[in-house]
Write a protein that binds this ligand. Structure first.
Ligand SMILES: [Zn+2]
Length: 272
């Protein structure tokens, strides 16, 4: 599932390509991926322009110049892809296609994911339960440590809980715990002040590095895109069961924590 780095990578690439170009065509192949009859959806955005794209947690919000917003959540398996001119369309089934002049933005794998057209107020309501942004300047180490101290349960469950902190899923929760040398099953309430401080540093290090590395999604955003997905090779523990730990050589272990798969090094990550 795309997480903060993947969505931030998409946000940057979309921003570089589709801003201020009138939406010239809309094709809806799957009604369930949107939140209103296709004709209404199309009428609400046709001829308008995206003036700004914002990311919140794992969501992208497209701000249109007519005041409407498009809220995108890719959930499991969702992808986006942009073509120009006569470039070949993706071979996979698309659920939504939006044209910006000669560019077409394809939404792929939107089964659980969706693109909803909302007012500003509705967008705010849809995101009201979301926890704070981890890379926001206001999220200082002190604030982060205070936030963690109020929580109970395993580190893995806390990091992936979107009500607690927004944007992290299975992959980066494991990568962050590895970087911080904390066992993903460690109880948050038993972590020391020093460990929580380290966790803050690790959150920043891993999320920034993964964003700069293009995240781990499989498909390039455009034909010439060589960045998207490059971070997949740099993951240290996620989906690395039985591979050697890059720090100590011990075999990476796969376990389950509160119903989620988790990968860690049993030698360099500790519960206390
Ligand atoms: Zn290790």
């Amino acid at each position: 599932m795309p997480e903060l780095p993947e969505m931030e990578n998409y946000r940057k690439m979309l921003t570089a390509n589709i801003l201020n170009i009138p939406i010239s065509n809309v094709i809806i192949n799957r009604e369930k991926s949107i939140n209103m009859p296709p004709a209404d959806f199309t009428a609400g955005i046709l001829d308008s322009k995206v003036i700004f794209i914002e990311r919140r947690g794992k969501y992208l919000i497209f701000h249109l110049n007519n005041g409407r917003r498009l809220l995108l959540h890719l959930m499991l398996g969702g992808l986006i892809h942009l073509t120009r001119g006569d470039e070949e369309r993706p071979s996979r089934t698309t659920q939504i296609e939006i044209s910006f002049g000669d560019q077409v933005l394809y939404f792929i794998g939107l089964r659980l994911g969706y693109l909803h057209q909302l007012s500003a107020k509705e967008t705010e309501e849809a995101l009201s339960q979301l926890g704070p942004e981890l890379l926001d300047r206001r999220m200082t180490k002190e604030r982060f440590v205070d936030l963690m101290k109020k929580r109970r349960g395993s580190l893995k469950s806390l990091l992936v809980n979107q009500h607690a902190v927004a944007g992290i899923g299975n992959c980066y929760a494991d990568e962050i715990a590895f970087h911080a040398r904390i066992h993903p099953a460690a109880k948050v309430q038993s972590l020391s002040e020093e460990q929580l401080g380290q966790l803050y540093e690790s959150v920043h290090h891993v999320l920034k590095e993964a964003t700069e590395g293009g995240g781990y999604m499989e498909m390039p955003f455009t034909k010439d895109d060589t960045l998207t997905g490059q971070y997949n090779d740099q993951c240290k523990v996620y989906d690395r069961e039985e591979e050697a730990c890059v720090r100590c050589g011990t075999a990476i272990v796969r376990t389950e924590i509160a119903g989620r798969k988790a990968f860690f090094c049993p030698n360099c990550q500790h519960e206390e």
